[in-house]
Design a protein around this ligand. Structure first.
Ligand code: ATP
Ligand code: MG
Length: 339
């Protein structure tokens, strides 16, 4: 049986956080161990230039993303783990897809509008065509499953459109890619203040990074937003309380979560059983225990430049083999094979 191709990428724009882990990397690790899949995971260094033109930290950031991925369980012998810029075939496909991408529709993309608000002085063409490059990243391996967080859902729809337009114009070459999560629903880990999502480059004091030490984790979690408790038993949880429970479900034992759930459901005005202070303390302990082995392993790998270089070379070879095979089909479909 032919394996399904899987692709996903992470930008080297800072330290990896819980959102990256639970939205993306946790699925990577499960998919690499699933016989059905052939996986390509990459560090999206071209994408980082759209928002991070200063490249002084880029190399160490690229190394860290690779190190943190491996520390979370990714095995470079089982998957292709590579750097985007090592695969020039992606840039060529990006060029072809740009001819199928319309300015008006790119301008309407919500992520583009957000970035324009955030960096009004650097509205570069790369920012506008971000979804085109992302489509090229995926389609270059003819991937059908893309494990990503909820924030990327719309970009996948755009990638499907381009695959469709390409096939319509030049013949069936590119399968339609879909966002994927083992749980079904795509994940969005909210920031601790409940405003937006956790992120590498925004909301940093309200994002939990895999590299944060126990003190910092405690500090961030203890100041997460809570309230006086629910007014009635079995209330619907406000977003920011639901978020604490979501985090707890990720790193604490089932018994711990069940205890605080029961406390919440038993609480009402005048009879508040749930103690958010205790809940946050417990969450901080469990979170720190979850992060510690990952950050230690990542630091070890990051210091081992020889190992990193070997992994990077091996990943580039695997990714280029697949990318050049697709590009051959694409050139031939367009009519660009002259030899
Ligand atoms: P940046 O702020 O630089 O864009 P980021 O945290 O958004 O960084 P990306 O590199 O853009 O990270 O995304 C890497 C992967 O992590 C993607 O699959 C994305 O959907 C996922 N992801 C990012 N943030 C979250 C989040 N808060 N919850 C769930 N998934 C997330
Ligand atoms: Mg992002």
């Amino acid at each position: 049986m032919e394996k399904e191709v899987v692709v996903s990428g992470i930008r080297p724009t800072g330290f990896l956080h819980l959102g990256n882990y639970f939205g993306a990397m946790r699925n990577y690790v499960r998919m690499q161990n699933d016989e059905k899949f052939n996986c390509y995971f990459f560090v999206a260094n071209w994408h980082s230039l759209t928002t991070h033109p200063d490249t002084r930290e880029l190399q160490s950031s690229v190394h860290r993303v690779i190190a943190e991925n491996i520390a979370c369980g990714l095995d470079p012998d089982k998957v292709a783990l590579y750097i985007q810029s090592d695969v020039p075939e992606i840039a060529e496909l990006y060029l072809y897809l740009n001819m199928l991408a319309y300015k008006g529709e790119l301008e309407k993309t919500p992520t583009f509008k957000d970035k324009v608000r955030l960096q009004p002085d650097n509205v570069n063409a790369g920012l506008l065509t971000y979804p085109v490059l992302m489509a090229a990243d995926i389609l270059i391996h003819r991937a059908v499953k893309v494990p990503v967080g909820k924030d990327q859902e719309q970009h996948l729809e755009i990638a499907r459109n381009y695959a469709d337009r390409f096939n319509h114009r030049y013949g069936e070459v590119l399968p339609a890619p879909y966002a994927f999560n083992y749980g079904g629903e795509l994940v969005k880990i909210m920031s601790l203040d409940g405003n937006g999502k956790m992120s590498k480059s925004e909301n940093q004091m309200n994002t939990l990074y895999l590299a944060d030490d126990a003190d910092l984790i405690r500090k961030k979690i203890m100041k997460a937003k809570t309230d006086q408790g629910p007014a009635e038993p079995n209330s619907v949880k406000p977003d920011y309380i639901e978020n604490l429970f979501t985090l707890m479900r990720l790193v604490s034992t089932e018994d711990t979560v069940a205890k605080f759930e029961a406390d919440f459901n038993a609480s009402s005005a005048g009879n508040v059983v749930i103690r958010y202070g205790d809940m946050k303390k417990q969450l901080a302990e469990d979170m720190a225990a979850f992060m510690k082995p990952i950050s230690e392993k990542a630091a070890d790998i990051q210091n081992n430049k020889e190992l990193l270089n070997r992994i990077i070379r091996q990943g580039a070879d695997k990714a280029r083999a697949s990318a050049s095979a697709t590009l051959k089909l694409i050139r031939s479909a367009i009519g660009m094979d002259y030899s």
